[in-house]
Write a protein that binds this ligand. Structure first.
Ligand SMILES: *[C@@H]1O[C@H](CO)[C@@H](O)[C@H](O)[C@H]1NC(C)=O
Length: 954
C-alpha cells in the first residue's frame, strides 16, 4: 500500500516538474492557464502545455510567443483574469460576440504593451473602462461597443496616439466627453483617430468646444442617442475631414453654428430630435450630402430653404416638425439621386407639384400634417405619396390613394438559385447555392447609410458581393452569404440579418468562425462606402462536438415507455399533421419557385405586353442555345473567366452570337439577373455592343450578345490581330468609341458610367466600327448630367482615374480619364503601364509643343509613323492630355471629345460622317485564338448599383 502511494506521489511531482519547466520555457502558458481556469467553452484543442507548439485554435504565435488570440463567437462564458497581462507579446485580442463573458475588464490589461487591437464587441462586460488602457501605446483599434460598461470615458484614452478606431457605442457610459486641460489628457489629443463612435450611451454635459480642431482627421463623429446638452460648438466646423456627423437624439439647444456648411465632405448629417432653435441651418455648399435629418427641432418658422433643391447628391431629406412653411419647389424632386422626402408636421402649403422630371429613384414623399391644398396630377407616378391630414384630403373628401397610408414593404431575402425546397434536414439551412449546411448567423448594423430606399435589391447584391470578396480574400471557406430582413431600428441604423454558409463542409470549425468573426469585428471587411460605418453582432454557433452531446441522446426510459403507450393515438394525429404539412410545403414550394423565377409568368413568345422593359432582347430556351453552340463544345469556346465561359454560336437565322454562360457560384439571384438584362436591353447604339437575348432556364443564366468578329482594339493596336490600323482608321476608331461612350453618358436612359473603359473593352466589327463592350462594372446615374455616385473603386490599373481612386466619388469624368489613356494607347501602341512606365507620365515627359509632332516621334507607334501624313496628331495629343487632367472638372465631357475628334478628322482631310471601310484588303489573316473580350468576368458580376426603382420588377 505505502509503496503505491509513494509511486503515485512521485508521478505527480514529476508532472509538476515538467509543468514548471514548460512554464519557464513559455511564460504565455501561465496567462492562458488563468484564462482557461476562468472561462468555459474554450476550444477543446487547448490541451497540452505549449500553446504555440500544438494547434490551439484561435491562437497565433510568432517566435514561440502568443501574438494573437481570436475567439469571436466561441460561446465563451465566465470572466477575464488579470493574469492575461503576462501575454507580453500579444498584439491582437478579439473576444467579440461572447454574450456569456461578464464582469469587469481587469486593469492589469494595461501591461500588454504590444497590443494593437483590443476588440470586445457584443459581450456582457460591465464596470468601468480601466484607465490603464491609456497606456497601451500601440493600440490602433479599440472596440468596446455593445457591452454594459458604466462610468466615464477614461481621459487617459487621449494618450493613445496611434489610435485609428475608437468605438465605445452602445454601453452605459456616463459623464462628459473628456478633453485635455494641461494636466490631464483628453480625446482632443487623438489627432490620428478617424472614428469616434460613442452613440447610445448616457453621456451628458456639453460637447466640449476643445474637442475639435483643424488638426483632427476625424471622419465619423457619432454621438447620437446620449444626453448631451448645450450648443453645438462652432469648432466642429474646423474638422474638414468629417464625412458622417450624428448628433441626433440628444438635448442639444441653441442655434446651429453657421459655419457648419464648411464641412463640405459630409455625406450624412443627423441633427434630429434635439432642442435646436434659431434659423434652419443653411447647408448650401455641402455638395456631397446624401442624407439629412434635422427633424423634431424648434427652429424659427421659415420658408422652405433654397438649398433643398441645390444639393445634387441628396438621397434623403427628413425635416419632420421643423416649422417649415410655404410651397415646396418642384426642383427639389428632380435632384437626380433623391429617394425619400419626409416633411411631416410642418406648415407647407400651396399646390404640390412633383413635376415631370422627378428623380427616377424617388420612392417616398411623406407630407402628412401640412397645409397642402392641391396636387398637380401627372400621369404615371410610381412613388408613394402621403398627403394624409392636409386640406386636400380633409376638405375635398377625395379618395385618392395619397389620402391613405399604405404599409410599405421592404422585405428582402437573398434568393436561392432554384433550390428544391425541403431538401435539407430539419436543422440545416439551404444556402443560396442549394447546399444544406449550418450557417454562421448574426446581425449587421449600418449606422448611417447614404441611401434610404430599402426596396432597391441591388444594394443587397452589392453588399453580398463585397462580403464574399472579403471572406475569400481572407482565405475563409465561405460558399455564399445571404442577407435578409432589412429594417431601420429606433436610432435609424439599417439592420440586416446575415447568414454565412460554409464551403466544402456542412459546418464551420472554431478556427473558421473566429476568422469570420474577426473579419467583421476588426473591420477587415469594408462595406461599400454608401453603407457607412457598421458593426456586427454574431450569434452563438453550434460546433460539432457541442451539438451531438447535448439534448437529443438523453431521453429517459420512462419517457420511452409512456411514449409507446400513447403511440397508437399519436400516430393517427401525426399522419394527419403530416398530410397538412405536405400540402403546406407544396404551396410554399410553388410560391418559392415563383419568387426564384421572375420570368416564370412571362410568355417568351409574346414580345410585347407583359415584358415592357425588355427592349428587343429575346428569351432563349436552354435547348436552343445548346443546339447553336453544338452542346457548348470546347471548339466553340472563345473565352473564359471566373464567372464561367463564353461560346460562339450560330442562331437558326444565321446570326452569329457570343453566349456568356455563368457557372455555378457566379450566378446572381433571379431578380438581379432580370434587372441586369432589363438594363442591357435598353442600350442600343451602333457603337455599343448590344444584347440579343438571354436564357434563364434549368438553373442557367446566360447572356447572348451580337458577335463582333474583329476582336478587341488591344489586339489590333498590339499587332496581334493582323488588322493594320493606319492613322485614318485610328481616328475613326477613336470617334466610334467616343460616340459609344457619349451615348452611355448622355443618351442612355438611365445614364450609365462605364467604369472600365480600356482597349480590351473596345471591339471592332467587320467594318472596323468601334463598339463599346462590357458594362460589367457600370453604374446607373440619376437623370441629371451632374452628380456623382459614391461607390467601391473598380476598374483596371493604368486606366483608373486617380481622382476617383482617391475620393471614391464616381462621375462620368472618370470614364473620360480612361478614354484619355485609351487615346494615348492609340498613338503609342503601348499598354498604359508597360515595364513599370505609366503612359500618361511618359507622354507628358516627352511632349514639347515647340517641336515638330510635339517631339513625340520616339514614343509614337512606328506603325503609324511609317504611314502617310499624321495631320491632326498634335491636336489629338492635346485632346488626350486634357482627358487625363488631374481634376475631373478640367476634363472635357464625352460630347466635347466627340466634337474635337470630328474636328481633327476634318483637319486630316477625313469625313467624320463616312462609314468605315471594309477591312478585307488589309486583313492579314492572322490566327485567332485570342482571349475574347467577353471573357471579362465582370459582366455577370454586375450588381446594379443605383438601379432606379422604376426599373425594378415588382
Ligand atoms: C446660404 O449660404 C450661401 C453660401 O454661403 C449664401 O449664398 C446664401 O445667401 C445663404 N442663404 C441664406 C438664406 O442665408
Amino acid at each position: 500500500m505505502g509503496s503505491r502511494i509513494q509511486v503515485f506521489m512521485m508521478v505527480i511531482s514529476i508532472q509538476m516538474l515538467v509543468i514548471a519547466a514548460q512554464q519557464r520555457k513559455n511564460q504565455d502558458y501561465v496567462a492562458l492557464k488563468a484564462l482557461m481556469d476562468n472561462l468555459n467553452n474554450l476550444p477543446p484543442s487547448w490541451a497540452g502545455l505549449d500553446p504555440c507548439g500544438e494547434s490551439w485554435e484561435g491562437i497565433m504565435c510568432t517566435n514561440s510567443r502568443v501574438t494573437s488570440i481570436k475567439l469571436a463567437s466561441m460561446n465563451l462564458t465566465g470572466q477575464l483574469s488579470g493574469d492575461l497581462q503576462y501575454l507580453y507579446e500579444l498584439q491582437i485580442l478579439d473576444l467579440s460576440y461572447n454574450k456569456g463573458l461578464t464582469g469587469p475588464l481587469p486593469p492589469p490589461i494595461g501591461n500588454m504593451k504590444k497590443l494593437s487591437s483590443l476588440i470586445l464587441v457584443g459581450c456582457s462586460f460591465s464596470g468601468l473602462i480601466p484607465d490603464t488602457i491609456g497606456s497601451l501605446q500601440q493600440l490602433v483599434y479599440l472596440s468596446l461597443n455593445s457591452n454594459s460598461f458604466t462610468g466615464p470615458i477614461p481621459p487617459s484614452l487621449g494618450n493613445l496616439s496611434n489610435l485609428y478606431w475608437l468605438d465605445l457605442a452602445d454601453n452605459k457610459l456616463t459623464g462628459t466627453i473628456p478633453v485635455s486641460n494641461g494636466t490631464t489628457p483628453g480625446l482632443d489629443m487623438l489627432v490620428h483617430t478617424k472614428h469616434f463612435h460613442f452613440g447610445s450611451n448616457q453621456l451628458n454635459g456639453e460637447i466640449p468646444s476643445k474637442l475639435f480642431s483643424s488638426s483632427m482627421v476625424l471622419i465619423h463623429l457619432l454621438l447620437e442617442n446620449n444626453q448631451l446638452i448645450g450648443k453645438i460648438p462652432a469648432n466642429l466646423g474646423l474638422v474638414q475631414t468629417l464625412e458622417v456627423v450624428r448628433l441626433d437624439r440628444n438635448s442639444l439647444s441653441g442655434s446651429v453654428p453657421s459655419n457648419l456648411n464648411n464641412l463640405s465632405h459630409v455625406n450624412e448629417l443627423f441633427l434630429s430630435n434635439n432642442k435646436l432653435t434659431g434659423p434652419i441651418p443653411n447647408l448650401t455648399g455641402m455638395n456631397f450630402l446624401n442624407y439629412v435629418d434635422m427633424s423634431n427641432n424648434t427652429f424659427d418658422i421659415s420658408d422652405v430653404p433654397r438649398w433643398f433643391s441645390t444639393i445634387l447628391s441628396l438621397t434623403t431629406l427628413k425635416m419632420e416638425q421643423t416649422r417649415l412653411q410655404g410651397e415646396l419647389p418642384v426642383a427639389l424632386f428632380s435632384l437626380p439621386q433623391l429617394q425619400t422626402v419626409i416633411l411631416r408636421n410642418n406648415e407647407i402649403n400651396g399646390t404640390l407639384d412633383i413635376g415631370s422630371t422627378y428623380s427616377n429613384q424617388l420612392q417616398l414623399v411623406d407630407l402628412q400634417n401640412n397645409f397642402i391644398s392641391g396636387f398637380t396630377q401627372r400621369a404615371g407616378y410610381n412613388i408613394e405619396l402621403i398627403l394624409v391630414n392636409n386640406p386636400i384630403c380633409q376638405e375635398t373628401g377625395t379618395t385618392e390613394g395619397y389620402c391613405t397610408i399604405k404599409q410599405s414593404n421592404s422585405s428582402y431575402s437573398t434568393l436561392a438559385n432554384n433550390c428544391l425546397p425541403g431538401q435539407c434536414s430539419s436543422d440545416q439551412i439551404s444556402s443560396p447555392n442549394c447546399k444544406c449546411a449550418y450557417p454562421y448567423t448574426g446581425t449587421l448594423f449600418f449606422r448611417s447609410p447614404s441611401f434610404s430606399d430599402l426596396r432597391n435589391t441591388s444594394i443587397y447584391t452589392i453588399l453580398q458581393n463585397s462580403l464574399m470578396h472579403s471572406f475569400q480574400s481572407s482565405l475563409l471557406p465561405v460558399d455564399s452569404v445571404s442577407l435578409s430582413n432589412p429594417s431601420k431600428n429606433l436610432v435609424d441604423y439599417l439592420v440586416l440579418s446575415l447568414e454565412v454558409f460554409p464551403s466544402g463542409q456542412d459546418r464551420f470549425s472554431r478556427t473558421e468562425i473566429s476568422g469570420i468573426g474577426f473579419v467583421l469585428s476588426n473591420q477587415t471587411f469594408k462595406p461599400p462606402p454608401m453603407f457607412g460605418p457598421f458593426f456586427f453582432i454574431g450569434d452563438p454557433y453550434g460546433y460539432f462536438a457541442g451539438v451531438t452531446s447535448s439534448g437529443t441522446k438523453k431521453s429517459s426510459h420512462t419517457g420511452i415507455i409512456i411514449g409507446a403507450a400513447a403511440g397508437a393515438s399519436v400516430l393517427v394525429l401525426l399522419l394527419l399533421l403530416a398530410g397538412f404539412y405536405a400540402l403546406h410545403q407544396k404551396k410554399r414550394a410553388e410560391r418559392a419557385t415563383k419568387q426564384n423565377n421572375p420570368f416564370g409568368s412571362w410568355d417568351p413568345n409574346k414580345s410585347s405586353g407583359s415584358i415592357p422593359q425588355l427592349k428587343g432582347a429575346r428569351c432563349f430556351s436552354f435547348e436552343e442555345l445548346k443546339k447553336c453552340t453544338n452542346n457548348f463544345s470546347d471548339a466553340n469556346g472563345i473565352g473564359s473567366g471566373g464567372y464561367g465561359k463564353v461560346y460562339r454560336g450560330t442562331l437558326p437565322t444565321g446570326q452569329l452570337v457570343a453566349i456568356k454562360r455563368a457557372q455555378q457560384g457566379s450566378k446572381q439571384g433571379g431578380l438581379e439577373f432580370k434587372t441586369e438584362i432589363e438594363l442591357l436591353s435598353r442600350v442600343h447604339h451602333k457603337n455599343v455592343v448590344s444584347l440579343v437575348g438571354f436564357c434563364f432556364e434549368q438553373g442557367e443564366q446566360m447572356l447572348v450578345y451580337e458577335f463582333i468578329p474583329n476582336g478587341t482594339l488591344r489586339e489590333s493596336v498590339s499587332g496581334k490581330s493582323g488588322i493594320r490600323l493606319d492613322w485614318a482608321r485610328r481616328l475613326r476608331v477613336a470617334l466610334g468609341a467616343a460616340k459609344g461612350l457619349q451615348y452611355l453618358h448622355v443618351l442612355a436612359n438611365p445614364p450609365i458610367i462605364h467604369r472600365d473603359i480600356k482597349s480590351n473593352n473596345i471591339l471592332l466589327d467587320e467594318r472596323l466600327n468601334a463598339k463599346v463592350a462590357d458594362f460589367g462594372l457600370s453604374k446607373l446615374m440619376g437623370d441629371a448630367e451632374k452628380g456623382h455616385v459614391t461607390t467601391q473603386v473598380k476598374g483596371t490599373m493604368g486606366y483608373l482615374d486617380p481622382e476617383y481612386y482617391m475620393t471614391q466619388q464616381l462621375t462620368e469624368k472618370s470614364d473620360v480619364y480612361s478614354f484619355g489613356v485609351l487615346l494615348l494607347e492609340l498613338i503609342t501602341a503601348r499598354s498604359p503601364i508597360e515595364k513599370g512606365k505609366y503612359i500618361v507620365r511618359e507622354v507628358k515627359r516627352a511632349m514639347d509643343k515647340t517641336k515638330d509632332l510635339y517631339n513625340l516621334h520616339g514614343i509614337l507607334d512606328p506603325a503609324i509613323v511609317l504611314g502617310t501624313s499624321l495631320k491632326g496628331l498634335e491636336n489629338f495629343a492635346d485632346l488626350a492630355m486634357s482627358c487625363v487632367e488631374e481634376s475631373g472638372t478640367d476634363r472635357p465631357t464625352m460630347s466635347e471629345v466627340v466634337k474635337e475628334i470630328e474636328n481633327i478628322m476634318q483637319l486630316a482631310g477625313l469625313n467624320p460622317n463616312a462609314e468605315s471601310a471594309s477591312t478585307s484588303a488589309s486583313y492579314e489573316g492572322a490566327s485567332r485564338g485570342y482571349e475574347h473580350p467577353y471573357s471579362n468576368e465582370s459582366l455577370f458580376a454586375y450588381s446594379g448599383g443605383f438601379v432606379p426603382s422604376r426599373l425594378e420588377p415588382q
